[in-house]
Design a protein around this ligand. Structure first.
Ligand code: 7TS
Length: 406
């Protein structure tokens, strides 16, 4: 049995009072806090085995290279990838999605082809596809969702045509918390002969992931949401697909042979890792993966699901609250509005009580527009979140109501 209440002690920042109050950090979907183990790994990487990777034939470079490369295996084990050489390190999910859109899309999309996403995407899974669609004369199509924010399979399937070449959607919505039925969607993608890309930013942090069981072609995520450093992310792709893809960025480390007129390229993953990578950040991500795996992703999922139930029940006590996204089995986030109070005002006011949430469009403007909203307030959980955080949020919201309704 994991003692989740004790985990809070692993995160030094959570013990720092905010405006003199205990911090209730409910903004982990934007970025999570870091355990001491990750802070130590960063310190150790710079303090004991730092040099550039893949190039120096000296002790420190070899030590740094070994530590960096070892993280590929940790990522592979986290998502059950068949091989660590399918794991490409990027600067984050945004870069990963740009890599896929520009490299795979640039090489494979043709005029009239269709890319299918959902209305609930983060901008990182809209704009890169839009850019490549504009270059290629392809069409970007967003499938609608059910009213409660759940996946509408019939409406989604109706958007698939013989021109659908890519299906790209989130594992979990960062605004609604909807968990997408990925294996069912993979079957639709297979039938259509389309590439299946999963934006796993809000998935891999909350539940076990098995890319072989899902049967997706790509699964991407950011290290900073998984208790690791910012500046490091992952693009996992199937080996045969990566092997046929052209490079996205050119430079050092991604080549085989360079002439002034032309170059030949290294095989994946090096082909997609041009230039000096975020070395210490990658090693820090490895420590974050060790940290969550020690706890166990299934235990993390169960803990967070019961916390979300508690949080929803507590927040239901608040006058004028409306939950945005109520799909069964939702994960990670609770988005809400509070009568006429602007979400920015909510966030600013409750900050004085030490409660940190996010307010805004959450980089999902098409979703907001489809809901007829400009913004929501959003509380999101991490492994260190606890009932006390939702008690603090509930009390702070009662206070907001007192201010606005008096
Ligand atoms: N995809 C999803 C589903 C996300 O939630 C985010 C970040 C991204 C992609 C982009 O990740 P990045 O690390 O490359 O920036 N989501 C949020 C959020 O919900 N609030 O702040 C960032």
């Amino acid at each position: 049995m994991v003692d989740f209440a004790a985990l809070r002690d692993d995160f030094p920042i959570l013990h720092k009072p905010v405006h003199g109050k205990r911090l209730a950090y409910l903004d982990s979907a934007a970025s999570s806090q870091k355990p001491q183990m990750v802070l130590d790994a960063l310190q150790e990487a710079y303090g004991t085995h730092y040099a550039n990777v893949h190039r120096g034939l000296h002790y420190l470079s070899e030590a740094a290279t070994d530590a960096y490369e070892a993280v590929r295996q940790k990522v592979a084990s986290l998502i059950n990838a068949p091989s660590p050489s399918e794991v490409i390190f990027t600067s984050g999910a945004t870069m990963s999605l740009n890599l896929i859109a520009h490299s795979w899309g640039g090489a494979n999309l043709q005029e009239g082809d269709e890319i299918l996403i959902t209305i609930a995407e983060h901008h990182a899974n809209i704009v890169p596809w839009q850019m490549v669609a504009q270059q290629k004369g392809a069409k970007l199509i967003a499938a609608p969702m059910a009213e409660d924010g759940s996946f509408d399979k019939a409406a989604f399937a109706a958007c698939i045509t013989e021109r659908t070449k890519v299906i790209s959607l989130p594992h979990v919505s960062n605004v609604l918390g909807t968990v997408y039925p990925l294996t069912e969607i993979a079957a639709l993608a297979r039938q259509a002969g389309a590439l299946f890309v999963v934006d796993g930013c809000q998935g891999v942090v909350h539940m076990p992931v098995d890319v072989q069981e899902i049967d997706c072609d790509f699964y991407v995520f950011s290290g900073h949401k998984l208790y690791g450093p910012s500046g490091i992310g992952v693009c996992w792709g199937k080996a045969d697909i990566l092997a046929d893809m052209p490079p996205f960025l050119g430079g050092g480390d991604m080549i085989d042979d360079v002439e002034i007129e032309r170059s030949t390229y290294a095989p994946p993953p090096a082909r997609f890792e041009a230039g000096t990578p975020p070395i210490a950040e990658c090693i820090g991500l490895g420590a974050a993966i060790d940290y969550v795996q020690q706890i166990g992703m299934a235990a993390i999922r169960d803990h967070e699901m019961s916390l979300l139930r508690y949080g929803t029940q507590r927040l239901s006590e608040v006058d004028g609250i409306t939950f945005i996204g109520t799909a069964a089995g939702k994960s990670g986030v609770i988005s809400f509005t509070l009568d006429e109070v602007h979400p920015h005002d909510i966030s600013t006011l409750i900050d004085h009580d030490g409660v940190a949430i996010r307010a805004g469009h959450h980089c999902a403007q098409p979703l907001m527009k489809s809901l007829g909203l400009s913004s929501t307030a959003r509380a999101s959980v991490g492994i260190y979140s606890c009932e006390e955080d939702f008690d603090a949020l509930t009390e702070a919201l009662h206070k907001v109501n007192r201010i606005f309704k008096s």
